[in-house]
Design a binder for this molecule. Sequence first.
Ligand SMILES: *Cc1c(COP(=O)(O)O)cnc(C)c1O
Length: 235
Amino acid sequence: MIGTQSTLGVGKPGSALLFVIASPVGPYYPTGFKAVSLEATSRYIRAWPGGVGDMKLGGNYAPCIVPQLDAASRGFHQNLWLFGEEGYVTEVGTMNLFVAWITPEGQKEIVTAPLDGTILEGVTRDCILALAREHLTKEGWEVSERKFTIGEVAKAADEGRLVEAFGSGTAAVVSPIRLISWDGGIGGTPRDITIPLQEGKEAGMLAERMWKWMEQRQYGDVESDWSYVIPQHHL
Ligand SMILES: *Cc1c(COP(=O)(O)O)cnc(C)c1O
C-alpha cells in the first residue's frame, strides 16, 4: 500500500493505493525438501519491543538484506534473528520458527516465540499451531507459544533432547533446518548446533508431516474450513 497524495512530508496519507498481487507459485522445493543452515545473529536486530516488527512493512525488510548477504557470504542460507542479551530466538529470515525438543523435565514440546510485537503473526505459523494441536497433542506433544533462548537450543542439542527445527511461511510452507551457527553470545564461544533430520532425508518427521497436512488442505484432499473446493462446472 502506498500513499498517493501529492504532498512532500511526513504525515498520514490523504489517499492511498492498495495493490493485491495474486499469482500462482511453483513448488518451492521441486526436488523435495532441502534443509537449510542458519547464522544466529545478535549483531543485527530485526525487531524490538514497541517497534513494528509484527507488520509487513517495507522498512522491516530492507535492513535485513545486508545481514542476509553477509550470512550467505559465509555459506549460510538465512539469518536466525536473536533478541537481547538473553539471546531469545525470534524468527528465521522472513519465516516464523518452530523448535521441537524434549524439555529438561522430559516433556515433548513444540515451541515458537510468542506474539509480543516483535514477531510477524504468520498465517502459516497459525496453521501449524492449529495442526499441531489437532494431531500432535494426542501423541504427547505440548504446543507452546513462549520465549526461549538459543542457549536452551544448544543445551538441548548437547544433551540429545533436540528433535528438529523448521521455519514456516507461505512460500515454502515449512523449511527444515540442519544447522545453526551461533557466536555463543556475550563472552561465549562460537559453535555449531546440529539439528537432527531423518536418516537419509532433508527433513525431520514433524516438518514432513506438517507439510503434508498443509498441502492436503491447500489441494482440497482433506475437508477443511480453511479451504473451499471450487466445483468443476465453475472452471
Ligand atoms: C511473511 C513473514 C512470515 C511468514 O508469514 P506467513 O503469513 O506465514 O507467510 C514470518 N516472518 C516474517 C518476518 C515475515 O515477513
